[in-house]
Design a protein. Structure first.
Length: 83
């Protein structure tokens, strides 16, 4: 489950949403931000250490708190109205 590009391989995989489960046998979804569980799940799937990734988010509160708790870098992407 991911957004596909020109190849058959997804560009963004996995995509973690509020109802994403870490595996099909789990009854409860991954805990939402500001908990680090979503970032840690992605790192597990990718086989990398959280210190090797950067969380790019739109919220200094939830996204950057989750990044700090996961032990990865983080930055906030700001957008302007109408642009």
């Amino acid at each position: 489950d991911g957004v596909e590009g020109d190849s058959t391989e997804p560009i963004f995989h996995p995509i973690v949403a509020r109802d994403t489960k870490s595996n099909p046998t789990n009854e409860q979804p991954i805990t939402a931000k500001p908990h680090p569980d979503g970032i840690l799940h992605i790192c597990h799937v990718w086989g990398c250490d959280p210190a090797d990734v950067i969380m790019v988010g739109d919220s200094a509160n939830d996204d950057m708190t989750a990044a700090n708790r996961a032990g990865c870098g983080g930055t906030v992407l700001l957008t302007q109205a109408g642009g």
